[in-house]
Ligand binder design. Sequence first.
Ligand SMILES: N[C@@H](CCC(=O)N[C@@H](CS)C(=O)NCC(=O)O)C(=O)O
Length: 240
Amino acid sequence: MIELLGMSSPNVQKIQIMLEETALPYRVRRIDVWKGENFTSEFEALNPNRKVPVIIDDDGPDGQPCTVFESGAILIYLAEKTGRFLPANGTARYQVLEWLAVQMCGVGPMFGQYTHFRVFAPKGNDYAESRYRTQAVRLFEALDHRLGQTRFLGGEDYSIADMATFPWTRDRSGKWGGDWGGYRNFNRWFDEVSARPAVSRMTAEMDKVWQEDLVSIGTASDEIRDRLLGRGDFTKAPSP
Ligand SMILES: N[C@@H](CCC(=O)N[C@@H](CS)C(=O)NCC(=O)O)C(=O)O
């Protein structure tokens, strides 16, 4: 049995897609970052960076329980455990890993910062908001270009690169992400990935969890909000 620790955020959604795709037995343990549950010593022992997702696999590689954090590492772990969605070797493997890296090092951090400055930061951060929007658009252009050449991000086969990227592009409302409707190849891919039964199961489940998360976001204390967002009394590196 695999335990997935998290809530409805995109990095957690990736893992739930993979667990649904592979039909591995799993259960979810809610860690509500808007209640500070990622800052307990118990959780810190699982992930020193105190972020979700984390998985605990009671049947790890050596027959021992195995804990894995960082969503990209978790996807690779589950792919290697099951022998699915990541080619074992050759160029095809590195193409999947390239696009997984684009998601982990580009899409996640840039879209995340764009959302931060757009939704959570005090107004007046025009430079930061514009910079991260530009980075997000640049990444959308790269995804759209790639998807004009190949059916999926890693190549002709659906892979962990698609699972990693899809959740970060789900919001089209412009509230949490951006208005990303105009990319033709990307839209074709988005529709194909959305239609997968495992992905539909994930979105149905996570949309319910999102309603719980919205309540937590709305009721989080200033202290928890400041700690989560790294500001106020929790600022670690004040400006010189
Ligand atoms: N690179 C990490 C990022 C994880 C991450 O940012 N998780 C967020 C939710 S999506 C979180 O736990 N935030 C709580 C915090 O930063 O205190 C991954 O891909 O797993």
